[in-house]
Write a protein that binds this ligand. Structure first.
Ligand code: ADP
Ligand code: ADP
Ligand code: MG
Length: 679
């Protein structure tokens, strides 16, 4: 085993590798860019070397600098993580030339699998099933058009050098092919520096099922079962699970054997993933009819490797380090087995309701679900339940320089149902304020009919769109109640116990009403809070009205409370950032803007001698007549609004100058009820 390794990556994967290294007693060197000077991955390693500016090309992709850093710190090997240099055969070669071990496959295997078209030619020769298509070297547009026509529409044009879901075009009919080809080639040239493409039959309602393989330098190769990564957006994975629902032992054995054959065809060493596209001609309820085709091989550790760790109880980074240091594979195929079910959710900084647009910002609040069971377990075990892999801490920034992934939430259960329930709870307990994330969207996906029934295919998200986008499970009444309650709690905490100095509208005589202005889902929203004689609070918004009750619960930041309103009782946590109140509870999360709350914090508005109606309603009675002297707090009038009576009290000592309405009159909000001469 190595004494010291350099981790040529950042974020969660660098932290992930560092954790295993630490457990094995291997010392670690981090590299970092300007933007990451105080990043979690730097703190996770024993030492760190600054390698340049924030843009990847100035830092994490500068492999000469990284190799220099490894040599200067005495590291014996480099772990590339995923992304960045992980699939760069020139870098793998440069490591070898510098006398460093590249913790990954031989450069020749990376190269062989690097281009989709060439890897397909190799796989064809190795007898691995391919999607019907064209992957030849001849790129004459007329020939490509003829091939597409021969394959039959719809087809998918893919950049041979593509990756990360980029450089793909689906084409529905022959007339559209030429234009799609030109645009795919343009994108491929710009993104990958090569415009070579291949064409595949577009598999209908396909599933993405991939096999984790592991090879060693003694010629052994095993498969660690499959992962289903069918839930995707923009051809990128959102949820991954293992094992694949509906997988039969026969199909698993066939796919495993095909994946091992693929790896052995390129003398594979280390962790790799063979991705298959799986056709389900009879639908998800008939897995026996599923057919699989090779898509590509990723010659690295994959983002979703933790689900495999969860079901096998193994640490794949440990296997990588052992294999790279020349040890044989720790287990043989017959020793490997599947325990339970695991699901990973990728928490990303993005706006699902706006075409998944990536978001940036500061993690003002970043609360993770309870992972203590996992942290106590030395390796994954079925008891571990919930695991979070991340590379950020509260207060960190998600910058535009790198990936939008904030964290990965991995749950494990005895069954898929148990894992699903755990995932929903873990997502509900994940609380992020400061930037837009897909956490609530993920909860909607997990709760969707298709996902719950394991009716999986790559079109799950568009198919379930109506249940996934523009959802707010908290709802208006609870959001308003939470925002009002948190305002009152904050005021009580910050003001003196003297009731006369309190701003929350409390008065010794009669009922006062306080108005709250909100903006909720882009719409203005008005709420009124009445202080009843018995000390209870009545909250009214539109046609919803009821008693509001809340008790503060202990919390380190923000506000936590037991909240009752409108027939609901929830433990609610809120954080207010500027005017926005972020509301979290078991139902979901939402935001509500409290517009200038304190400016409206007065009781029935008293401006000089004006006493106005706090809401539209009916004048029930006046307790005074013109010429009466009144004391501050003395009841002046009773109004009825929203099915309740409200008493208007004198804001100060004075004399009633004039009553402007008679009992029974309807008044609009803000109408002046009587004139009061103050003083
Ligand atoms: P696939 O290649 O099948 O899409 P993954 O979903 O594992 O496999 O990753 C897609 C690619 O996205 C990776 O090769 C990597 O380059 C990039 N990527 C994903 N997440 C991150 C991240 N957090 N940091 C850097 N790169 C990432
Ligand atoms: P990348 O290198 O970007 O990961 P892949 O070839 O792995 O590219 O494909 C990414 C995704 O695109 C797959 O997971 C699948 O959802 C979809 N896809 C790829 N090939 C096909 C196909 N022939 N038919 C239907 N969908 C496909
Ligand atoms: Mg892929």
């Amino acid at each position: 085993m190595f004494n010291k390794i350099l981790i040529a990556n950042r974020g969660e994967i660098a932290c992930r590798v560092a954790a295993t290294a630490r457990r094995l007693g291997v010392r670690t060197v981090a590299v970092y860019a300007d933007a990451d000077a105080r990043a979690k991955h730097v703190a996770a390693c024993d030492e760190a070397v600054h390698v340049g500016g924030s843009a990847p090309k100035d830092s994490y992709l500068r492999w000469e600098r990284i190799i220099e850093a490894a040599k200067a710190t005495g590291a014996q090997a480099i772990h590339p993580g995923y992304g960045f240099l992980s699939e760069n055969e020139a870098f793998a070669n440069a490591c070898a030339e510098a006398g460093l071990v590249f913790i990954g496959p031989p450069a020749s295997a990376i190269e062989a699998m690097g281009l989709k078209a060439e890897s397909k030619r190799l796989m064809e020769a190795a007898g691995v099933p391919l999607v019907p298509g064209y992957h030849g070297a001849d790129q004459d547009p007329a020939l490509l058009q003829r091939e597409a026509d021969r394959i039959g529409y719809p087809v998918l044009i893919k950049a041979s050098a593509g990756g990360g879901g980029k450089g793909m075009r689906a084409v529905d009919k022959s007339e559209d092919f030429a234009a799609a080809l030109a645009s795919c080639q343009r994108e491929a040239r710009n993104s990958f520096g090569s415009d070579a493409v291949l064409i595949e039959k577009y598999v209908q309602r396909p599933r993405h099922i991939e096999i984790q393989v592991f090879g060693d330098s003694h010629g052994d190769c095993v498969y660690l079962f499959e992962r289903d990564c069918s839930v995707q957006r923009r051809h990128q994975k959102v949820l991954e699970e293992a094992p694949a629902p509906g997988m039969t032992p026969e199909l698993r054995a066939q796919m495993g054997a095909a994946a091992v054959a693929a790896a052995q065809a390129v003398n594979y060493v280390g962790a790799g993933t063979v991705e298959f596209i799986v056709e389900q001609p009879e639908g998800y309820a008939h897995p026996e009819a599923m057919r699989f085709y090779f898509m590509e091989m990723n010659t690295r550790l994959q983002v979703e490797h933790p689900v495999t760790e969860a079901i096998t109880g193994l640490d794949l980074v440990e296997w990588q380090l052992r294999v790279a240091s020349g040890e044989p594979l720790p287990l043989k195929q017959q020793d490997l087995c599947i325990q339970g079910h695991a699901i990973e959710a990728r928490i990303c900084a993005e706006t699902p309701d706006n075409h998944f647009l990536p978001a940036t910002g500061t993690l003002t609040v970043y609360r993770k679900p309870d992972c203590t069971a996992f942290e106590r377990a030395s390796v994954n075990s079925p008891a571990a339940g919930v695991r979070v892999d991340d590379g950020v801490r509260e207060g960190d920034t998600i910058s535009p320089f790198y990936d939008s992934m904030v964290a990965k939430l991995i749950v494990h259960g005895a069954t898929r149902e148990e894992a699903l329930a755990r995932l929903d709870t873990a997502l509900a307990e994940t609380r992020i304020v400061g930037l837009q994330t897909n956490v609530q969207f993920l909860r909607h996906v997990v709760g969707s009919r298709s996902f719950a029934q394991a009716d999986l295919d790559t079109a799950l998200i568009p198919r379930e769109a109506a249940a996934l986008f523009h959802q707010d499970k908290v709802g208006r009444p609870l959001a308003v109640a939470a925002a009002v309650a948190q305002t009152l709690l904050a005021e009580r905490a910050s003001e003196s116990a003297d009731p006369f100095s309190r701003r929350d509208g409390w008065r010794p005589h009669g009922i006062t009403v306080r108005r709250f202005d909100f903006e909720y889902q882009g719409e203005p929203l008005l709420a009124h809070l009445s202080y009843l004689h018995d000390g209870a609070l009545q909250l009214t918004l539109g046609d919803v009205s009821g008693v509001l009750a809340f008790d503060a619960l202990p919390t380190d930041t923000g506000t936590r409370m037991d909240l009752h309103f409108n027939g609901q009782r929830q433990t609610v946590q809120t954080w207010q950032v500027d005017e926005t109140v972020h509301v979290f509870c078991a139902l979901g999360a939402t935001q509500i803007v409290a517009i200038d709350a304190l400016a409206h914090a007065g009781e029935a508005a008293a401006e000089g001698g004006r006493l106005t109606a706090p809401m539209p309603g009916k004048v029930v009675s006046f307790a005074v007549k013109a010429g009466d002297a009144v004391k501050k707090g003395q009841p002046l009038a009773v109004m009825e609004a929203m099915k309740m009576e409200h008493t208007i009290a004198a804001p100060a000592d004075g004399t009633v100058a004039e009553l402007l309405y008679a009992p029974g009159d309807q008044v609009s909000e803000g109408a002046e009820l009587l004139k009061l001469s103050v003083g």
